[in-house]
Design a protein around this ligand. Structure first.
Ligand SMILES: C[S@@+](CC[C@H](N)C(=O)[O-])C[C@H]1O[C@@H](n2cnc3c(N)ncnc32)[C@H](O)[C@@H]1O
Length: 452
């Protein structure tokens, strides 16, 4: 006789039920291990004043989840019925233990994590005032000191490479953050596949990763995600919605050097062939790669090396995620293409004209003159030279709800790779040994999401 799923109460010797239960236990355990930040945030949800609302939310959320019906039933039986959530004594600790393997409070916390009650929105720093940030950045030569000013310091590093910057940042800031009794969230990601034969010096070594991960969780939550495309941050869930600072050091070229909304695919591809050489996809030891014939040499790169995304999605991403955005060690090609997006004057975004050293003075006129006269270490406020762009279009999908675009209310340009008081990335440190390479640029930006 077939079982009616609505009336079937699972018994402990039902093997499919046992499987479902052990699978669920495994999943919640994994959620707890993988989302250390989310796990830490669940602590607030079980504080006495939040617990009743948390239990109500769980009871509401469980039936809407994709969890197996038998597990949903068990969970609902373990939690107090709606309207009866006022205290933890109404929770069935033994049933929760069977379901999660954890004692009652931890079990509720892990369920909050599993059923997505850790709202990323609640991670926002409500006390943040953009004007205060601008005043701060104008006065201080080192924008990273913002981490010491905020209550909830956090930094996201995009295209983090070998993680030298993370080490330099922690050496400089962790002792102070620890002394202040704060917790620093440090997240870094890179598109390189860990263990890939391509990508060379930009891979993070196991030793460095181990060093970065060894700090006690009370004052540092460090996570690094490899094989992660920065332009798709829908996962991992542990990423914060906003960070005190978002950085991108030595933004990848040619990825961010050509803006596809300004330049046609044809123009970009022809320019790449002319300047970088012929390229094709090859397979090396079972791994796909991009082979480039450059000035008589054959070079191999990760397959996506010539995937052109342009600066708009990068700026959009940084504006959406950062209170403060810092791009450092930007080479000339990427810098001027980014700059073209930051200014109001449309003649500095000429359609289908690739920016080259030869046409920069003519296209950027007084902006070129002012910026190229900056000496190493000098800074300049772009709004003193030319009006800043009033609205940039969102280039990342999905667009943030209720926002029609974004802008940067503060744009500071600096010349140089390494600044004496600021932590520097691996690439930034290489410039001093590259005598033929022109001095790179640094941009310090304060974004503003425009609401519709
Ligand atoms: C020039 S290296 C800079 C590395 C490091 N930030 C530094 O300054 O030393 C550019 C880095 O960006 C990474 N990258 C390129 N495109 C990316 C993408 N779409 N998402 C994430 N990382 C990316 C590359 O793998 C590489 O490690």
């Amino acid at each position: 006789m077939a079982l009616d799923p609505r009336t079937h109460t699972p018994s402990s010797n039902d093997s499919s039920h046992k499987n479902a239960l052990s699978q669920f236990r495994h999943q919640v355990k994994q959620a707890k291990q993988e989302h250390t930040l989310g796990w830490a945030l669940t602590r607030k949800l079980v504080e006495p004043r939040s617990l009743p609302a948390t239990l109500e939310q769980l009871v509401e959320r469980i039936p809407q989840s994709s969890c197996q019906p038998a597990i949903q039933e068990m969970l609902l039986a373990a939690l107090p019925s709606p309207g009866n959530t006022s205290s933890k004594s109404n929770v069935h600790a033994d049933r929760l233990k069977e379901l999660t393997g954890l004692p009652a409070t931890k079990a509720i916390r892990v369920l909050c994590l599993y059923f997505d009650l850790v709202d990323q929105e609640s991670q926002r720093d409500d006390t943040f005032d953009p004007q205060e940030l601008e005043d701060f950045v104008r006065i201080h030569t080192n924008p990273y000191d913002w981490l010491l000013k905020v209550d909830d310091p956090s930094l996201l590093d995009l295209g983090a490479g070998d993680l030298s910057f993370e080490e330099a940042l922690l050496t400089q800031y962790l002792p102070q953050i620890q002394n202040a009794g704060q917790l620093l969230i440090l997240h870094a990601l890179d598109r390189l596949q860990p263990g890939s034969q391509f990508g060379g010096v930009y891979h993070a070594s196991q030793e460095r990763l181990a060093r970065l991960s060894q700090h006690p969780l009370e004052y540092l939550h460090f996570r690094f995600w490899g094989a992660k495309d920065m332009l798709d941050l829908t996962t991992p869930r542990e990423l914060r919605k906003t960070y005190s600072i978002v950085t991108c050091h030595a933004p990848a070229t040619p990825t961010f050097a050509f803006e596809p909304t300004r330049l046609s695919q044809n123009t970009i591809q022809e320019h790449l062939k002319r300047t970088k050489g012929d390229f094709k996809t090859v397979r090396v030891n079972g791994e796909e790669a991009l082979e480039v014939h450059h000035r008589g040499r054959t070079l191999t790169f990760p397959l996506w090396k010539f995937a052109i995304r342009g600066p708009l999605p990068l700026l959009d991403l940084m504006a959406q995620r950062g209170q403060l955005c810092i791009l450092s060690a930007i080479d000339a090609e990427v810098f001027w293409e980014i700059l073209a997006q930051l200014v109001e004057d449309e003649s500095m975004r000429p359609p289908n004209v690739v920016l080259t050293q030869d046409n920069l003075p003519e296209i950027f006129k007084q902006v070129y003159e002012s910026l190229s006269s900056l000496k190493e270490g000098e800074r300049c406020y772009l709004s003193n030279v030319t009006p800043l762009r009033i609205q940039l279009p969102h280039a990342l999908t999905p667009h943030p709800r209720g926002s029609e675009g974004f802008r940067f209310g503060y744009v500071e340009v600096r010349r140089g790779a390494v600044f004496s008081d600021m932590p520097a990335s691996f690439t930034a440190q290489q410039f001093s040994q590259m005598s033929e390479e022109p001095l790179p640029w640094c941009l310090i930006l304060i974004p503003d999401l425009l609401v519709s």
